[in-house]
Design a protein around this ligand. Structure first.
Ligand SMILES: Nc1ncnc2c1ncn2[C@@H]1O[C@H](COP(=O)(O)OP(=O)(O)OP(=O)(O)O)[C@@H](O)[C@H]1O
Length: 249
């Protein structure tokens, strides 16, 4: 069943005189992958930073589930249900795959008096980690040291670590960057699996993957949305062809 899990309205972020994000609205639905594309400097990362709370908007609102999370700190936005994987890796390379996911799951455990935590809460954390690992397709690599697994598996691990916080909305920054064909195919399959239970927003430069994966696209140029719609609508949009796709094709 489809449902809007995150809704941003008229988001603007100014850096001095530059509107890096200018009156952008976007809805993220459970069951859909929403890709944000656009040339370098279009404002994609800034938009992602606004949604995750890494930057506060100059104006506009962000609603996550029932909560108005505008201006909330990243940790609070994360607790409210938004999981973000970053381009820059957050993995502890000397730890095993399992230890990394377990640590991420633990970050969601109640804060006060961790030392008093009962066995049941340890079990719950382990279960969360186990589910995330399985969903990301990494169970068979559980005991491998994170620094020794392939680049593609490290990207899967980042997603597993994000999933371990049990988000409803997933914000993924270039999950296919630097991947070979086989790894990219595996990641595409993973993302398709994830959208069943999540709303997924993707910032990605690989246009073949974007058009294969996305149910909806938002095209940004110079901070503004120039088109928004299904892949077929975006392909047919004259503004998009002129402003963006024309560059590459
Ligand atoms: N912290 C900042 N201070 C000042 N200007 C910034 C800041 N962050 C981004 N910008 C500017 O805002 C604009 C949008 O940048 P942003 O990184 O969001 O674009 P992008 O679409 O993600 O680009 P890319 O595809 O190259 O990652 C650019 O002109 C950039 O120089």
């Amino acid at each position: 069943m489809s449902e809007v899990l995150l809704s941003a309205r008229n988001l603007t972020k100014r850096f001095g005189g530059l509107a890096a994000v200018n009156e952008v609205s976007v809805d993220l639905w459970r069951g859909r992958i929403h890709a944000v594309i656009g040339p370098n400097g279009a404002g994609k990362s800034t938009l992602a930073n606004l949604l995750s709370g890494d930057l506060a908007p100059t104006s506009g609102t962000i609603t996550l589930g029932e909560a108005n999370v505008t201006g909330w700190k990243p940790e609070s936005v994360s607790k409210a249900g938004l999981g973000r994987s970053y381009q820059k890796t957050n993995i502890f390379l000397p730890f095993t795959v399992w230890e990394n996911v377990r640590l991420a799951a633990q970050s969601r455990a109640p804060h006060p008096a961790r030392w008093l935590r009962r066995a049941t809460s340890f079990a719950a954390t382990n279960e969360r980690a186990q589910r995330a690992l399985a969903l990301a397709g990494l169970e068979h690599r559980k005991d491998a040291v994170a620094g020794t697994v392939s680049h593609g598996e490290q990207r899967q691990l980042e997603i597993a670590m994000t999933l371990a916080t049990e988000p409803r909305v997933l914000l993924l920054d270039e999950p296919l960057a630097g991947m070979g064909t086989v790894e990219a195919e595996r990641m595409v399959e993973l993302l398709q699996r994830l959208k069943a239970e999540h709303a997924v927003m993707l910032v990605e430069h690989d246009m073949d993957a974007v058009f294969a994966l996305a149910d909806r696209l938002t095209v940004m140029v110079n901070g503004q949305v120039i088109a928004s719609g299904t892949p077929a609508q975006i392909r047919a949009d004259a503004n998009v062809q002129a402003a963006y796709l024309g560059e590459e094709h």
